[in-house]
Each structure stands twice: as structure tokens, then as C-alpha cells.
Design a protein around this ligand. Structure first.
Ligand code: GDP
Length: 297
């Protein structure tokens, strides 16, 4: 990640001041410039970076970094704490309804990783003692239904689909929920259609599904590789549809991941999970603190 050597960079900044027992406010400014650059390099939204740096500055001054014995460690700790905060503080999981089935709707652009995440989420919930089923609500691409069926077979989770041409995704979702009881399933995971870009038709369809089935969780799946665009995507989906959380996929690649920092502060919605491989066990609960450490180490 772009932050890989932020700690190292900060150490260098302070090393160049060797001989001095304490650092000055000016030295701190230099260190914060490195933090700022690293954040921008990692695709963090400019406004977010500005607020972030200001908060760190205030804290650092409050803690009198330039009077402390180990200013590097102090600055790094402040940065890490603030990153954790920015990433959403305590991680929040899936809301399980007291009255089954719990309905989870996955939305997102095509290629973001919805279908893969649907499978991963089913595996994750099964491990927690739930009995999930998958629903193919992308009726436009026959390949999409097929793909979900392949995933379902691979992980041994039933897939509800209707391959009749012209089938309506709202009806499919409703039928699936109605069928869940006789199928003895307590979690219904709906894989919806995606488009290459956000458009009216897609949003209207998703809003219709939402209004009809009232999901307990609407999770937006975003690809970490698209950087700042992920923030824009999250903002638009949240405004138009309302989302409960975000799954950020492909964090196993060399994605900068900085979008994770901006999503929470821009949309107010937490990142709940991250995708860390193409495999069905490659889904992890998002831990702000873990991510912040990863960013700094
Ligand atoms: P959808 O169009 O949103 O349903 O996206 P897919 O589930 O088909 O995923 C698109 C591609 O991204 C596929 O090749 C997946 O294997 C891949 N993919 C999804 N999630 C991850 C992830 O967390 N890590 C990696 N490396 N690849 C992923």
C-alpha cells in the first residue's frame, strides 16, 4: 500500500534533526507534510485529508509532541488513533432480524464483486450458525445467474433463480423470501444487477426492490482498485438508495485502500467487510484498527 513506509518516512524526517533533543513546531509541520502526501497518494479525498491533518496538528500540539522524549512514536500514535477514528471507530457487523428471514441486499457496479461477495457472505454466515440462501436478481445477464449458481454449487448453498425471460427482479426477490421458510433458510442474500456506471434504470430497479422487500441490510460492494471513484459511487448509492454499509473488495491487490478512509467520512456509513481474495473464504470483518495499522506499518 502507498502508506507502507509512512512510519519510515516520519522517522527519516525526524532523523534529519539529529543532535536536537526536542523537535520544534516547524519539524512537526514537516512530519505532517509527509502524512499529508501519503494520504493523498493513497487516494484519500482532499477535504478529508485537510480535516485530518488539522485534527492531528491540534492533538499533537495538545500533547506537546515537540517537548516529548519520543516525538516520532507520539506522532505515529496520534496518526494511528485518528486513522482508526476516521475509518469508523468500532466495526459493526450484520444486523440479524429477530424474525427470520434476515434479508440482505447486495448492490454495486458491475465487476465490483457482488456475486463473489454474496457467496462469501453465505459462507461467513453459515460459520456463524445461520442457514443462508442466495437469490439471483440480475435478470439481464443470463451469465450472472449462471455465475451465482456456480458459486452456490461450489459452497453448497441453494440459489433461488427464475430464468424465464422477462422475469421481474422485484418478484424474484419477493418469491425467494416467501420460499425461504419452506426451504428452512433464515438468511436471504439477494445478488442484484450491476451496471458499468450508475444510471436511472438501475437505481429505480434497486429502489423498487428495496421498497418491496424491506431488506435489513443493504450492502454496497465497491472495488478498492477504483480509488476515489469508490467514494463517489458510495455517495451516489447512499443518496439514491440509502445503504447500511460497504463491502470493499480486492484489498488483497495493490489497491491503495485510501478510499476506505474517505467513504466513512463522506457517507457516514461504515465499511463492514473487506474482500481479501477471490476465494470463498476471502471475506473479513473490517477492523478499523487493523486497517490503520496496516496503513502505517
Ligand atoms: P459482480 O459483477 O459485482 O457480481 O462481480 P464479480 O463477483 O463477478 O467479481 C468480479 C471479479 O472480481 C471476479 O473475477 C472476482 O473473482 C473478482 N473478485 C471479487 N472479489 C474479490 C476480492 O476480494 N479479491 C480479488 N482478488 N478478486 C475479487
Amino acid at each position: 500500500m502507498a502508506f507502507d513506509n509512512l512510519t519510515q518516512k516520519l522517522e527519516e524526517v525526524f532523523k534529519s534533526l539529529k543532535g536536537k533533543g526536542k523537535i520544534s513546531e516547524d519539524d512537526l509541520k514537516q512530519a505532517l507534510r509527509q502524512v499529508r502526501l501519503a494520504l493523498i497518494e493513497a487516494d484519500v479525498n482532499l477535504g478529508v485529508v485537510k480535516d485530518f491533518i488539522n485534527r492531528i496538528k491540534e492533538k499533537a500540539i495538545g500533547e506537546e509532541v515537540y517537548g516529548s522524549l519520543n516525538p516520532v512514536q507520539t506522532v505515529i500514535k496520534i496518526v494511528k488513533d485518528e486513522l482508526t477514528e476516521l475509518l469508523g471507530g468500532v466495526q459493526s457487523g450484520i444486523t440479524i432480524s429477530s424474525k427470520p428471514p434476515t434479508v440482505i441486499m447486495l448492490v454495486g457496479l458491475q465487476g465490483a464483486g457482488k456475486t463473489t461477495t454474496a457467496g462469501k457472505l453465505a459462507v461467513y454466515l453459515r460459520k456463524k450458525g445461520k442457514h443462508p440462501m442466495l437469490v439471483a436478481a440480475d435478470v439481464y445477464r443470463p451469465a450472472a445467474i449462471k455465475q451465482l449458481q456456480v458459486v452456490g454449487k461450489q459452497i453448497d448453498i441453494p440459489v433461488f433463480a427464475n430464468e424465464t425471460p422477462g422475469a421481474n427482479p422485484v418478484d424474484i426477490a419477493r418469491d425467494a423470501i416467501a420460499a425461504s421458510t419452506s426451504m428452512l433458510k433464515d438468511v436471504v442474500i439477494i445478488d442484484t444487477a450491476g451496471r458499468l456506471a450508475i444510471d436511472e434504470t438501475l437505481m429505480t430497479e434497486l429502489v423498487n426492490i428495496k421498497q418491496s422487500v424491506r431488506p435489513h441490510e443493504i450492502l454496497l460492494v465497491v472495488d478498492a482498485m477504483i480509488g476515489q471513484d469508490a467514494v463517489q459511487t458510495a455517495q451516489t448509492f447512499n443518496e439514491r438508495l440509502g445503504i447500511d454499509g460497504v463491502v470493499m473488495t480486492k484489498l488483497d491487490g495493490d489497491a491503495k485502500g485510501g478510499a476506505a478512509l474517505s467513504i466513512k467520512s463522506v457517507t457516514g456509513r461504515p465499511i463492514k467487510f473487506m474482500g481479501t481474495s477471490e476465494k470463498m473464504d476471502g471475506l473479513e470483518e473490517f477492523r478499523p484498527e487493523g486497517m490503520a495499522s496496516r496503513i502505517l506499518d
